[in-house]
Design a protein around this ligand. Sequence first.
Ligand SMILES: C[S@@+](CC[C@H](N)C(=O)[O-])C[C@H]1O[C@@H](n2cnc3c(N)ncnc32)[C@H](O)[C@@H]1O
Length: 300
Amino acid sequence: MTTEPPGSGVESDIDVAPADQSVGSKAELKRRVQMGYSRSWVVRKYSSIGLWPSEQLLLNRFLPPKGLFLDLGCGAGRTTVPLALLGYRVCGVDLAAPMCRRGRILARRAGAPSLWTVGDAERLPFDDGVFNGVLFSYNGIELVPGAEAKQRVLAEIWRVLEPGGVLIFTTHAFEAFNKYLPFRLRQFGRLLVSRLLDQGIEETEVGEVIAPAEENVEVYYLQVISPRRYRRWLANIGFNLEFYNSRSRVEQGRRPNRFLADLDADFKFYVARKPDLETTAEANPHGFDQSEAPSPEDDR
Ligand SMILES: C[S@@+](CC[C@H](N)C(=O)[O-])C[C@H]1O[C@@H](n2cnc3c(N)ncnc32)[C@H](O)[C@@H]1O
């Protein structure tokens, strides 16, 4: 299905793009992610609107002042509404229909013309090259189950970006020095033991944390990996990484430093540009590395 690119303040009907069922248990994990972010208390939790200071700084620095913008994993519009109020023509896309419904209400109240579509980042309902910018904020990409699907998402974003278009997203880091590091190391040990002893646990990849379906939680699935892998995937697809730093370092005005940013406790910001037409031909548009088996070494 192809949706008209957003614009002119027209709100689309909310469409439901059915989750891809062809990938076995990863599809079940995605269904759980959708369930978690459809709960009314979670939608309420995500209903406060406003860009982080770091987002504001990076948008000012890397985005053209006007254009078509895709807010992927938009939730209830925390970033979608401010972008629309800044004058961008914005389309918010989220896996969870209740998030889109709430976002549409909040946008209407704020007088922020925007388009809202339920959809999956792995299969975006848009033509090639229509967006000037894409935002996948607040670590949303980590909710996409598995390394292969994350690369598919990045390749899909590449497809819908115009040459010269910009992608901004954030992640945690496996190696970050924060209070979750012991937990991540424990999970890693559990995965290794389960592989060695051939004992099945639900987590099959490094950095995965999976909550049982019967729990009433927000996050049923999360995968925290090393930013080095995201940087490699971006390069394989053909993006130029124009900026990488942690959120707190951005807000403190500290210079980008990959090593220090990787270890920093806070989220990481990636600003990646699809090269313009002259250089695009040389890039590898579907170039996510299929042969790359996610391995523990990548995350150490
Ligand atoms: C942590 S919330 C952030 C919401 C919003 N960006 C914000 O900053 O308030 C992540 C959002 O990503 C959405 N999401 C997860 N997987 C997705 C996918 N495959 N495609 C589209 N959205 C997805 C979730 O439904 C959820 O609303």
